[in-house]
Design a protein around this ligand. Sequence first.
Ligand SMILES: [Fe+2]
Length: 179
Amino acid sequence: MPNIVEEIIFSFTNNKSLYIEERLTMSEHMIQTAMQAEKNKCSGDLICSSLLHDYGHFVLEDPNQLVGNHIDGNHEAIGVNYLKKYFSNEIIEPILLHVAAKKYLVRDNKYFNDLSEASKTSLKLQGGIMSDIEAEKFETNKTYENAIKLRRFDEGAKNLNIKIKKIEDYKELLLSKVI
Ligand SMILES: [Fe+2]
């Protein structure tokens, strides 16, 4: 098995850090995000992006600590830097853009109001709402629609009462996507 797949499975299994202020672990949150992509019959690439979208938090230290210290950990860029050697652009780009997608989507008031308090706090650290010019530029990214889908799955992946799959259930998919 390629080392990166072993490493991913190891991190998901052993990293117990909690998802920012929520009562889920990071691993549970990312697996739920992938489950949402599956439920919505997305491509294997987007399921993979969803599964790995916060992987930067495993590369970084405790995410709670970062927000507590008012530092944006840039987790999307950290994750992408780490993963880009192993996965295609179709998988990597939505991960890179998922924070920008949030800044894009909060231009809609309802979307903003529905964000959790933690997500509103991190939004400030991430630079706040996009301007119209920034939004237009964002729409020129080839994978921006997938980034928006990923963002919506991300927001919906905070459920405390569902049966969560195991990282091993994604082993075959990960193996098929490693380049
Ligand atoms: Fe997330």
